[in-house]
Design a protein around this ligand. Sequence first.
Ligand SMILES: [Zn+2]
Ligand SMILES: [Zn+2]
Length: 674
Amino acid sequence: MPLPAHSGQDQPLRYACSLPLAHGTLVRVPLGKRHVLGVVTHTSAPADFDGTTREAQPLHPDLPPMAPDWMALVAFAAGYYQRTVGEAAVAVLPPLLKHVTAKALTKSLQAPAATMATAHTAAEAAAVTPTAAQDAALQTWREAKRPVLLHGVTGSGKTEVYLRATADVLSQPQAQVLVLVPEINLTPQLVQRFEARFGAAAVAVQHSAMTPVQRLRHWLRGHTGAARVMLGTRLAVFASLPHLRAVVVDEEHDPSYKSQDGLRFHARDLAVYRGHQRQGLDPQARPTLLGSATPSLESWHAARKGRYGLATLAQRAAQARMPEVHVVDTRHIPAKAWLAPQVLADLQQAADRGEQGLVLLNRRGYAVALQCPGCSWKSACAHCSAFQVYHKADGRLRCHHCGSSARVPRQCPTCGELDIKPVGHGTEQAQEQLAHLLGAQRKADGSPWRVLRMDADTTQGTAALTEALAQVHRGEVDVLLGTQMIAKGHDFRRLSVAVALEVDAALYSADFRAPERLFALLMQTMGRAGRDQAHPARMWVQTGSPQHPVFAALAQHDYVAFAQTTLAQREQAALPPFTHQALIRCEARQMTSALAFLQRARDALAPTLGEAHLFAPVPAPMVRLAGRERAQMLLESSRRQLTRAAAQRVRQHLLGMARQGILRWTIDMDPLQI
Ligand SMILES: [Zn+2]
Ligand SMILES: [Zn+2]
């Protein structure tokens, strides 16, 4: 049951049932005045109950119980990520199960079983001949006993490897495959390719844009074995798949695989665990396949140490070449120009050839903030250590962290100055400036420029997003401008120029993973260009630090060089993957109480943690968030098991501490942001 540890109820509760219940049965049980969802973990003889024992009801007589390996997966995740088993189990089940009626469940359970589209499969697969490199990668995976990292440059055909690996497994009766992707909405083509290959009836999906009813139906199709392929975002790593024989993780480096809330699991790490687990139970199960053009340094390090197998796709498919990279020193372009003249000219030439350009600016809104030239006033958020971002379209200031918003003031609230100004660019302003730069001109054929902006503000809802992507695919857009969402896995066939703007903040960030994320984002952006042109595509990066090693590696398309340099630095600085971290976070109304709470814990615990080191508490990088003040302390050791054991002790200790003034504390294992 979803009982957190601080409720004092860490042990299973006891209920009676007139029917025999198998372990793993989903039940609805009374808790105080409510009814909650639960999973049966233990059963005992009727004699153990008395008249006060309350009754549990199975959700549905035809609903198969959760399999023992699913229960073990959830127990493992709960233990590792410092939650109770009940919290973890209920958090990863479809939310609708909490209050679905038996009648509705009956209807959902009657979904037809999958018929594999065998004829379709053969036709579609025959149309694609795998390259020698794809064949070799598949062979590596087929022979592997351990997880395999598939390092393939963008456009090298990783998806075809996933499809063939899946087909391998599905040739066994009943077998199921789990495919994890970072953001399904942004990559509808991947779902389409799986459906085309295996038939839509064999494929179920799980992602956050589905309605609760859709989510439950698709989940049930996995749970009952009707669906043979489950495609989903991070939560799908917990999908119930009784005949699971392989897990594929696409874009395994993507930070969205780490949950930043509740059960703070990492779906890629759990995918590796789940692969091992299935292999231990089922001799037919295959190891997990992790794919990326820019693998996480954790996975790359594991492959270099031989803990993972490594397969490489070094060439793009067909004749497509990787784009030429040009780094533009922003110190040499006029401050007002914003876009270097040669970059603008290249975008224009591409449009004249009937090709497209992409401009990445990873910041939405119009301006970073509003600022008063007369005094020091800036549009700071009252609740966070952040600025409220200026959104010109609706004349509002909006905090991207807590969501608070306000009308743009007519004059400076401090000194009354009327001429308050935007500072820093967001996509909204970039769109305006592009329109200004291009507005006076026509393309070679006399038609006007078409600029499309794509970011979280313009693509609310799946329909808007699908339509925007379709416009790009139909060639109705000359320049696509947007945040990181335009860099994700899209297969844009006409795109020949990619531009990245304002990337420098990541180079000098206090977050040691920022350069790794920037490199991955730039490689991914570059990968959108030059997929279908005979002439080389170009990538432009505007930066004030052109000598930074990230750009040298980017120009050579050399992930390996980047990974080796960065890993050497991490080893020297004793940072992950050479150490294993946990972050203890604490929120309070006052920073002093948050720091004091953590300090008391540290004083008591530090001498007892052996090789694991507990650092002194410090204010979080974002000190205030939504009116709460945040402190944190880092736990670190050289081995995963040591950090885990120490985190367990920290948790036990914190549970026993008085919490005066403390709103919340959490333990984040393997945190991505420190
Ligand atoms: Zn002012
Ligand atoms: Zn805020």
